[in-house]
Design a protein around this ligand. Sequence first.
Ligand SMILES: [Zn+2]
Ligand SMILES: [Zn+2]
Length: 346
Amino acid sequence: MKAAVFHRPGQITLEERDIYAIADDEILVKTRAASICGTDLRIYGGGHFKIREGQSRVLGHELSGTIAKVGKLVSGWREGQRVSFTPNIGCGHCEMCRQGYNNMCPDYEAFGISLDGSFQEYMKVPAIAIRGNNIFEVPDHLSFEEAAVIEPLSCCYNAFKGLDVTPEDTVLIIGPGPIGACFVQLAKTWGAKQVIVVGRSAGRLREIEKFGADVLIDSSQVDVLAEVMRITKGRGVDVVVTAASSPELQPLSVQLLAVHGRVNFFGGLKKGTRVEIDTNLVHYRGLKLLGTTGSSNEDYFRSMRLVADGRINVRDIVSHRFELADIQQAFAFAKSGQGMKTLVVQ
Ligand SMILES: [Zn+2]
Ligand SMILES: [Zn+2]
C-alpha cells in the first residue's frame, strides 16, 4: 500500500509499505477521505512534541473509510461498515476521561500525531481506540467526504456550545476559512440575529457568504473596530470567535464585545506568545473569555447528527481534492490558503 510519511519538518515522502497485519483486538480500515487541517500543516512545518526527532509519522486525523478487517476478539464492528473517527484517544481512567473529556486527557494518543493517521491507503485502529469509542458509523446518506469533515466541525461545536448564543445575539467570526464556515452555520443553527465575518481575503469572504454570513468585513480595506461599532451603532457584538491564529485578534475581539459579551479564542497561538488585554473591559462589561481545544466523543456524535439531519452543510466546505500520490501538491495547496477545505481522496 501507499503511505505519505512525514520524516522531518518540510519532508513528506510517498512510500510503499506492507498493509498492516492486525492483532485480534484491532481493526483495519481502508481510508477513503482525509482532510488536511491546520494541525497537519503546523506539524509539516515545525514537527510536534509527540513526534521525536528521527521518528516518522503518517499525518492526518480528519478521516473516513471502510472497515476492511476486524480482529476476532472485536465485537460490534463488521467488515464493509463505513466509519469515521475522533482522533484523540483518551487513557480511559484519568479525571478528564472519566468526565467524558477524552480531548483533554493528559496521556492521550492521537491518529496523525502519536499513531499513524489517514494519509495512507489503510489505517490500523488499535484496541485503545475501539475501547475508547473513537469509531463512529457513518450514516448511509452521508458521503465519505462529509464524514471526514465532521471532525473539524466537532471542534467548532465544542467551542460554540459554551458561548450561550441566543436569537438576540450578534455573532462575529474572525477568519473566513473552513473553520469560519462551520462557526457561521452553527450560529445560524442556533438562531443568531446577525452573523458577521471578518477576513482579509476577498476570495474567502465571497466563499463564506453562501454559508449564511449576513455581513462581511474585509479587514484589509477597513478598520474592523470602527466598522463593527458603526454596524452595531456603538454597542459591539455579543459573541466573537477568533478562527485564525494571529495574536492581535485576541485583544481586538475583547474590544469588539458588547456588555456581557463572550469570546472563544479558538485559533491557538505559537507557544510562548503573550497578548496584552485591557482587563478593565472584561471587568466593567462583564465579559467572558473562553477557550477550547479539540472535541470529545460526545461533541463529535452531536456534530455528526447535525450534519446527518441536514442542519449543517459540510459538503460545500470541501473545495479541492487530491489523490494520495499528489500529497505534496495537496499540502502546498492547503498551505497557500486558497479554496476552503482540501481533501485527499482514495
Ligand atoms: Zn484537525
Ligand atoms: Zn485520560
